[in-house]
Write a protein that binds this ligand. Sequence first.
Ligand SMILES: Nc1nc2c(ncn2[C@@H]2O[C@H](COP(=O)(O)OP(=O)(O)OP(=O)(O)O)[C@@H](O)[C@H]2O)c(=O)[nH]1
Ligand SMILES: [Zn+2]
Length: 310
Amino acid sequence: MSQNIGLVMRSTGSWYDVRSNEGTIMQCRLKGKFKIKGLKVTNPIAVGDRVVYEMEDEVRNAGIISDILPRENYIIRQSVHKTAHGHLLATNLDQAVLIATLDFPRTSLGFIDRFLVAAESFRIPTVLIFNKLDLLNDEQISYQHELTELYESLNYKCIFTSAIDGTGVQDFFNILKGKVSLLSGHSGVGKSTLVNAIAPDLDLRTSQVSTFANKGVHTTTFAEMFEIAHETFIIDSPGIKELGLADIEKEEIGHYFPEILELMNECRFHNCLHLDEPNCAVKEAVMEGKIAQSRYFSYLSMMDGGDNRK
Ligand SMILES: Nc1nc2c(ncn2[C@@H]2O[C@H](COP(=O)(O)OP(=O)(O)OP(=O)(O)O)[C@@H](O)[C@H]2O)c(=O)[nH]1
Ligand SMILES: [Zn+2]
């Protein structure tokens, strides 16, 4: 039997769609003796994994997965019961793309910051897309420029789009081109409309319904990967509206705010949490306007166990 390397595009928990280097989709199952290495997760393989497979049936395009290549990164959804195994959502992501809107519905800065912190903790770069530009009044547009300045100063690229009038849609595509991107955002921000604008043949909504195989087994939905252009993949899942913070310790949260990380060595106490400690370089920077208040509020809210989900 010949061995091949393929990319996992879809998982139902019992079988996997694996894309060969030539672009054919193979339906694969796991070799009986396949072992879960390292991570404490319920599912050994997820969308984005590069796997070694053997062809089992050339006619039916069926194969058997025998091994998995080392991962660049991964996203896990922790179980609410901390001791239980988590669920591996996706692996080998080049970037996370968070779609937000300043209105209809409004994405809160707390939600954006929480997402950025989670993505930093998984070492995944994030791009922010602000959609529905056509609906904003002048005041909102100038606010949007302020936000862009803030987030770009922290090295998060920002793009404005309107899926309705086409503004920024080409920029949105350019960001995705040649990469594997996780697409996230609250319901109603225009995720499907934006994707339809760049990949009209793909019907995200219909595809999402195809997670049927999972029904009644787990409550978790499996992510699915789509090739929207040559070597351009997006991962979309109704279950990935946000990234979980469950696994991050309080002392660690500041490490995932680039502007806090940069200053924390200047605090008087090496284990300063930037709350009420004296001579805290972070709080001083907030007072001097060098750290945005909104970011510090998000930090405080996360330290407080606040959940910023809205
Ligand atoms: N004015 C305006 N409306 C938009 C824009 N993008 C999307 N919409 C509208 O916003 C609504 C929600 O868009 P969807 O694409 O369904 O949003 P979604 O993020 O995919 O939402 P879910 O499918 O619930 O996850 C629809 O009525 C779209 O027509 C935009 O740029 N401007
Ligand atoms: Zn401090």
